[in-house]
Design a protein around this ligand. Structure first.
Ligand code: CA
Length: 413
């Protein structure tokens, strides 16, 4: 496995990152100190501002513990239910109440999923008309040779908390040449189209140059019209997809390219803007505002810098709105979050809240006209941040991958 592991320090796998250098860095770091790489709040450099004391992480559902949770989301169907993915291949469902006692299995496809490291059941998106059609979409890895499947399932009409796995309709598959960098997020935009995060295929340094190769789906954000079909495809190509009808052999599913591993992206529910955290290689983690047809640079660039060279042609490449150098105080693997629309967090309204898987840091990025104003550390998770989540009231949550607990982001005193 060519991914960065903190197994020595914590007894579980760190994923999403990806190369031998980082594994070596981690081992060096861990053998050099007897304490974990995660720092305490007292040692944070830019961190300890007033804002840091103003936000807390509170266990949202004390009775519930999940096996390696990687996603939390809610359909807008009026039921105020929460859905949580366990990476091995299960989706749990429960009412959004703090004292909820258990979280029954909504869907179990563990027998189909190849899980472990960065593989598994990784993404879930409810159709905008889920309330009437019962459709939802998942992103998971399977098979030998390994591939990603984007599939649709349909909820049991007689039991809204149950799904027959046999309802699966596979829409799209693509080979995964290495076990890491499988992307994972799926979400519907305000345009009603399904967006898919696709990593560069893995190893380290994108050896196949997939990010820049528009004839491949790897290293991209894709956009599909799941309400139509076209030719042999079980989905349509939106009329304004940037490479629709091209004569160069580019994949028409592509919405944006030059991504490394955009593990988590989300739409701002108010503005519709698409925000992604793209996991860095050896040096830099980045936040991108994803625009149609944009080339986000990988592997020419790693965030703001030329990748492994002094100079490179940056023309026509999209730069991140924000980036941070990897380090024990900052982090080593970004987890993209949400533009906060939680009314209980007025101080974070309209800010992009995201974190780092390795350090547990959680920041709020203030922006104006797509430019960064500032970036504040607001709190810190004791454990790996696998994902952020939203409930149907736009409440903001953070998933602790190792503990299996879900935390609500709350305002302090
Ligand atoms: Ca980039």
């Amino acid at each position: 496995m060519k991914h960065y592991s903190l197994a020595i320090a914590f007894g579980f796998l760190v994923w999403l990152s990806g190369c031998d250098n980082r594994a070596q860095q981690a081992e060096t770091q861990n053998s050099a100190t007897s304490t974990p790489a995660i720092t305490t709040a007292a040692t944070l450099p830019e961190a300890a501002t007033d804002a840091a004391a103003s936000y807390n992480l509170t266990v949202a559902y004390p009775n519930l513990t999940f096996e390696q949770p990687v996603e939390m989301t809610s359909p807008e169907d009026g039921t105020d239910r929460v859905f949580v993915i366990a990476q091995e291949g299960k989706i749990h469902v429960f009412p959004n109440k703090a004292d909820v006692k258990d979280a029954p299995v909504f869907l179990d496809i563990t027998s189909k999923v190849v899980s472990g490291g960065e593989r598994g059941l990784l993404g879930l998106a409810f159709h905008p008309d889920f309330k009437t059609n019962g459709y939802f979409y998942v992103n998971y890895t399977r098979g030998n040779p390994l591939e990603t499947a984007i599939s649709r399932f349909k909820v049991n009409p007689a039991n809204p908390n149950k799904v027959d796995a046999a309802t699966e309709e596979v829409l799209l598959t693509y080979r995964q040449p290495y076990s890491n960098h499988n992307g994972g997020k799926v979400a519907f935009g305000n345009d009603g189209f399904l967006y898919i995060a696709v990593g560069d295929g893995g190893s380290g340094g994108d050896p196949q140059n997939n990010g820049q190769n528009r004839k491949q789906l790897l290293g991209k954000i894709l956009r599909l019209d799941v309400n139509n079909t076209s030719g042999n495809r079980k989905y349509g190509i939106p009329a304004d997809n940037p490479f629709r009808g091209n004569t160069e052999g580019f994949r028409e599913e592509i919405y944006a390219y030059g991504m490394r591993n955009p593990w988590r992206f989300n739409f701002d529910r108010t503005t519709g803007m698409l925000w992604a955290g793209d996991v860095g290689q050896n040096k830099i983690e980045e936040v991108d505002i994803i625009e149609k047809g944009g080339n986000y640079g990988w592997r020419i660039m790693e965030a703001d810098e030329c990748f492994e060279q002094g100079t490179c042609d940056k023309d026509n490449l999209k730069l991140p709105i924000h980036s941070y150098q990897q380090g024990s105080d900052t982090g080593r693997s970004i987890t993209g979050g949400y533009v906060c629309r939680d009314k209980s967090l007025p101080g974070l309204e309209g800010k992009y809240v995201y974190g780092d898987y390795v350090s547990g840091n959680i920041w709020a990025l203030t922006f104006n006209n797509n430019k960064k104003v500032n970036n504040q550390l607001i709190t810190k998770m004791s454990g790996p941040v696998s994902s952020f989540g939203e409930d149907s009231k736009k409440g903001l949550y953070v998933l602790n991958y190792a503990e299996g607990k879900i935390y609500k982001l709350t305002a302090g005193k």
